[in-house]
Ligand binder design. Structure first.
Ligand SMILES: [Zn+2]
Length: 346
């Protein structure tokens, strides 16, 4: 499965242009599902029929899109003006290599050299430019167009027990969902959904959940991992997650409160199967597709299981292979014993 993760990580799918990722996913799931549809927004909705033991419609979602940038215009000297697509920290952009447009034209994000810039500690994104080596505006416009997406040009690397690359958010979740779909059937009908436009406002998931009208939803995500040295004045400061401690179950985030019955079920299934897990610290902001899914239709009990990821939304994220493999393992264990009784209220 590492090779699937590599392929997905190196593919480009900045929000609204998920086609390259979608094609890869279709290639990997087609033979393992009973039906697959593309909806009007570009979500992939695959149905894997269950054994019939449980009468539930279960939606599992992972988003195909990644944060990146978009071409906004051209300077007379051939430099490209751009804006962010999704949550990007402009401070980490200078010096980073990028691919511009569908032809993946190589470029670098330029910034004032340190000799001229000693007193500047902020990085306004509108002062950054992308240099593709074009001699002037005409040459730049021949190579790329306004609206073209820009992605980090980051090769995937295996580093012992971890992997490094771009867009693990949420290609890691996509790869886990592919793995689950490729395995044995579950007791219930599984709607595996690969969504578009999560990073710009959970847009694809809303439409997909409205169409499926699931009884319950699981969102496969990545989440921030803040295990850098902590502030010495605040030794008890809570981290969000820790790399290597297993997939993180979200209890609550900025966009939703996970259904406690589903959280309990995941914990029990994980303990019974000996699969490590941790809780994502609830006080931190952020949202996922579950924030949109749980509010659709008559309401959908939802929960998020996320692989911890260092330097998320940056050009190089680092993730533990074991945490990532256990994301799928935890969900498989939970799904094998998921039925109507899990949702019964006392
Ligand atoms: Zn995400």
């Amino acid at each position: 499965m590492i090779e699937v993760l590599r392929e997905l990580s190196e593919a480009v799918g900045v929000s609204g242009e998920e086609g390259e990722v979608r094609a890869l996913i279709l290639k990997h799931i087609r033979e393992h599902v009973d039906d697959v549809q593309l909806d009007a927004l570009g979500n992939v909705i695959a149905l894997k029929r269950g054994t019939g033991a449980a009468k539930l419609r279960v939606m599992a979602a992972a988003h195909m899109d990644e944060v990146g940038m978009m071409v906004m215009g051209f300077d007379s000297d051939g430099m490209i003006r751009f804006s962010a697509v999704g949550g990007l920290d402009a401070r980490i952009l200078p010096g980073v290599r990028v691919w511009v447009g569908p032809d993946k034209i190589p470029g670098v994000i330029a910034w004032t050299p340190i000799h001229l810039n000693k007193d500047q500690d902020t990085v306004p994104i509108d002062r950054l430019r992308i240099d593709i080596g074009a001699a002037n505006r005409d040459a730049a416009q021949k190579a790329v167009s306004r609206g073209d997406r820009i992605a980090f040009a980051s090769p995937f690397e295996e580093l012992g027990p971890t992997v490094r690359g771009k867009a693990f958010d949420d290609r890691a979740g996509c790869a886990s969902l592919i793995r689950l779909v490729q395995g044995e059937r579950f007791p219930f009908d599984l709607y595996a959904v690969f969504t578009v436009q999560e990073e710009v406002g959970l847009r694809g998931a809303r439409a997909a959940a409205g169409r499926i009208q699931p009884d319950v939803a699981f969102v496969l995500e990545t989440t921030a991992c803040h295990d850098l040295p902590q502030d010495p004045d605040e030794p008890d400061q809570t981290t969000i997650t820790r790399l290597g401690n297993g997939p993180a179950i979200t209890v609550a985030d900025h966009s939703m409160v996970s259904d406690p019955r589903l959280v309990r079920h995941l914990v029990r299934a994980g303990e019974a199967a000996g699969i490590p897990h941790q809780f994502r610290s609830p006080q931190h902001a952020g949202g996922t597709d579950a924030g949109a899914i749980h509010r659709t239709g008559v309401g959908v009990p939802s929960v998020v299981v996320a692989t911890p990821c260092r330097y998320i939304h940056g050009p190089y994220a680092i993730m533990s292979v074991a945490d990532w493999e256990n994301q799928a393992a935890l969900l498989r264990a939970a799904w094998e014993t998921l039925d109507e009784r899990v949702l019964a209220r006392a």
